[in-house]
Design a protein around this ligand. Structure first.
Ligand code: HEM
Length: 225
């Protein structure tokens, strides 16, 4: 019997899509900041501030990303509807679930029963995403405070300057910021492939869940998404 059940809360889905679009915008504007890949149509008036415009949008999406990351961490830790996410920590410590999950990906076994909504591989990948988000937001703030000395830039300067010195200075901060971007560039296609893989093999509406919040289960067998 197919049963519909509620899986992802409203804030889970909203933060997911804001994060996705912000990372996309930050990658495009970030690449432009690193290597301006097109130049504006020249005109005699001093109005061609394409680079400044890209940096402006980069910082707007940068602070949006910081806000949505802080929001999602809060929802993960304190929202009762996120208990099913927190329960995934237990599965990440189970070797048995790891082995069964890898056999499932090799198409030689059924999906393991999991206590939480994420299987161990998925949980570790998302944990990696949040470590990378923390690194790129921190380095982004350090880059920001050296351009904008008032407001938030001025406020974080005292806290973040020691970290800048500790990692080897501003040049190293920029490199770490740039290199961390590649984690997202590699993660995204893998994430989309696995979402489609589970939608096709799991047949529980995994792709729809991140929009509607609902999932369809044959026997409440916890399928990943
Ligand atoms: C997924 C998120 C992000 C990606 C992919 C990203 C990517 C990049 C890249 C590729 C650069 C150019 C680095 C270079 O010159 O080689 C850059 C510069 C910069 N980023 Fe980000 N970034 C992200 C998030 C942030 C955040 C959260 C902030 C914080 C406000 C931020 C602030 C900055 C600043 C201030 C610069 C330097 C701009 C300048 O040259 O003056 N970034 N970013």
């Amino acid at each position: 019997m197919i049963k519909k059940h509620f899986e992802f809360s409203y804030w889970y889905r909203v933060t997911h899509w804001i994060r996705a679009f912000a990372i996309l915008a930050l990658t495009l504007t970030g690449f432009y900041i690193a290597v301006p890949f097109f130049s504006p149509v020249p005109n005699p008036d001093p109005t061609n501030f394409m680079y400044a415009l890209m940096r402006f949008w980069h910082i707007v999406f940068g602070f949006l990303l910081i806000a949505v990351v802080v929001g999602k961490v809060y929802v993960f830790l304190f929202d009762p509807l996120s208990k099913i996410e927190r329960d995934s920590v237990k599965d990440a410590y189970s070797l048995q679930v790891w082995i069964k999950q890898l056999r499932y990906y090799l198409l030689i076994d059924k999906h393991p029963h999991t206590k939480g909504i994420y299987n161990p591989l998925q949980f570790m990948a998302y944990f990696g995403v949040y470590v990378s988000l923390f690194i790129i937001c921190l380095t982004g703030l350090i880059l920001h405070m050296h351009v904008y000395h008032e407001g938030i830039g001025g406020f974080v300067y005292g806290f973040l300057r020691p970290i800048e010195v500790w990692v080897g200075g501003l040049g190293m901060v920029r490199d770490i910021h740039h290199i961390t971007m590649w984690f997202f560039i590699v993660f995204l296609p893998v994430h989309i492939y696995l979402a489609v893989f589970n939608s096709v093999h799991g047949q529980t509406g995994a792709m729809d869940t991140i929009i509607s919040g609902y999932k369809w289960d044959k026997d409440h067998d916890k399928e990943e998404h």
